[in-house]
Design a protein around this ligand. Structure first.
Ligand code: NDP
Length: 321
C-alpha cells in the first residue's frame, strides 16, 4: 500500500488521504503507550496528519499526543497536527461554547502547551457560534495565524453560508482566509459534503478533512449481530450512539455492503474508507481506532481504491438507496 497525498483544497499544504484522529479513543480507550502504538503504525505507513481538539478527553487527548510526539522525536517537518477550539475547558462566562476573541486567543495557548508544540499546522473553529459576530472570529483566527501559533485555519460543521461569509470578510480585510472545513462524511452522512458545500470547492477552494468515516464503527459491520464487548457503543458517556449503531435498517445495508466487500476481497471497513477517499473533494479522511490492528487494517483501504470502478460505485449506490 502506497500512501497518497492531496492538497488541502487550494492551499499548498499536502495531507495524506488517510489520517488519524483521537476523539473518544485517546484518554478513554488508549493510554500514551497504546496511542503511540497506533500513531506509529500510521506514521510508518505515510500518514502525515494527526487530528486533535481541545475538548477531547478534557485536554488529555492533546497531552497524550504531545507526549507521543516528544517521545518519538519525529522531525516537525514530517507531520501536520491540528487542534479545534469552541467548547472550552474553563468554566467561566467567556470561555465555553464560544468563538469570541478572548477565548480563542487564550485557548490556543493552552492547546500548544498541552501538545508541547510551538505551533499547530491546522486550527479549526470546532462549531459555529451564533453569539459572536463572524467578523470578530475571522480577525481572531487570522491574528492567530499571523502570530505563528497556527499555519492554516478553518471551520468544522459550519453551514456553507457561514463559511462563505467568513471567507468574504477575510478577503475584504486582507486577512488570512479559512482554507478547510471538517465535516462528517461517510456512506451514512453525505448531504453536507456532496450537496451543501458543492459550490464552495470551486468558488473558494475549500479543502475537507472529514470525520467519522465508519459512522463510529457501524460501517465496520461489527454491530450487525448486536453490540460487541469493548466497542464504542459500550463506553460510558456514549449511550447516545447506541440506537444509531444498532439501527436495524442501517445494519441491513451494512450487511449487504459486507457481501460486496467480500466479493472485492477486502474488509467492509476498508471498502467504506476507500469510498470516502474516492471523493476528490475530500483532502483527507480522518480515521479513528481503538487498537493498532484497526489502524493497520484501515490503511489497507488504499489498496481497495483501485477496485472502486463505476460498476462497483453504482452497486454501492443501489445498496444505500
Ligand atoms: P470512525 O467513524 O472511523 O470510528 C472509529 C471507531 O470505529 C474506532 O475507534 C473503533 O471503535 C471502530 N473501528 C475502527 N476501525 C475498525 C475496524 N477496522 N474494525 C472494527 N472496528 C473499527 O471515526 P471516528 O468517529 O473515530 O472519527 C475519526 C476522527 O474524526 C476523530 O478521531 C476526530 O479526530 C475526528 N472527529 C471530528 C469531529 C468534529 O466535530 N470535527 C467529530 C468526530 C470525530 P471501537 O473499537 O471502540 O468500537
Amino acid at each position: 500500500m502506497t500512501m497518497q497525498y492531496r492538497r488541502l483544497g487550494r492551499a499548498g499544504l499536502k495531507v495524506s488521504v488517510l489520517s488519524l484522529g483521537s476523539w473518544v479513543t485517546f484518554g478513554a480507550q488508549l493510554d500514551t503507550g497504546l496511542a503511540g502504538a497506533c500513531m506509529d503504525v500510521a506514521y510508518e505507513a505515510g500518514v502525515n496528519f494527526f487530528d486533535n481538539a481541545e475538548a477531547y478527553a478534557g485536554g488529555d487527548s492533546e497531552r497524550i499526543m504531545g507526549k507521543v510526539l516528544a517521545e518519538r522525536g519525529w522531525p516537525r517537518q514530517r507531520y501536520v497536527v491540528s487542534t479545534k477550539l469552541f467548547w472550552g475547558l474553563d468554566d467561566s462566562v467567556n470561555m465555553r461554547n464560544t468563538l469570541n476573541r478572548k477565548y480563542l486567543s487564550q485557548a490556543i495557548d493552552g492547546s500548544l502547551d498541552r501538545l508541547g508544540l510551538d505551533f499547530v499546522d491546522l486550527v479549526f473553529c470546532h462549531r459555529a457560534d451564533p453569539e459572536t459576530p463572524i467578523e470578530e472570529t475571522v480577525w481572531a483566527m487570522s491574528d492567530m495565524v499571523s502570530a505563528g501559533k497556527a499555519l492554516y485555519w478553518g471551520t468544522s460543521e459550519w453551514s456553507a453560508d457561514e463559511i462563505r461569509a467568513a471567507y468574504e470578510i477575510a478577503e475584504r480585510h486582507h486577512l488570512h482566509k479559512p482554507v478547510m472545513e471538517q465535516p462528517q462524511y461517510s456512506l451514512f452522512a453525505r448531504e453536507r459534503v456532496e450537496q451543501e458545500y458543492a459550490r464552495l470547492y470551486e468558488d473558494i477552494g475549500l479543502g475537507l478533512t472529514t470525520w467519522s468515516p465508519l459512522a463510529s464503527g457501524l460501517l465496520s459491520g461489527k454491530y450487525v449481530d448486536g453490540i460487541p464487548e469493548g466497542s464504542r457503543a459500550t463506553l460510558p458517556g456514549y449511550e447516545w450512539l447506541r440506537d444509531r449503531l444498532t439501527d436495524p435498517d442501517a445494519n441491513a445495508k451494512v450487511r449487504a455492503l459486507g457481501g460486496l466487500a467480500e466479493e472485492l476481497s477486502c474488509s467492509l471497513a476498508q471498502l467504506a474508507l476507500a469510498w470516502c477517499v474516492k471523493n476528490p473533494h475530500v483532502s483527507t479522511v480522518i480515521t479513528g481506532a481503538s487498537r493498532p490492528e484497526q489502524v493497520h487494517e484501515n490503511l489497507g483501504a488504499l489498496d481497495v481504491l483501485g477496485r472502486l470502478d463505476d460498476v462497483t460505485m453504482s452497486r454501492i449506490e443501489e445498496i444505500m438507496r
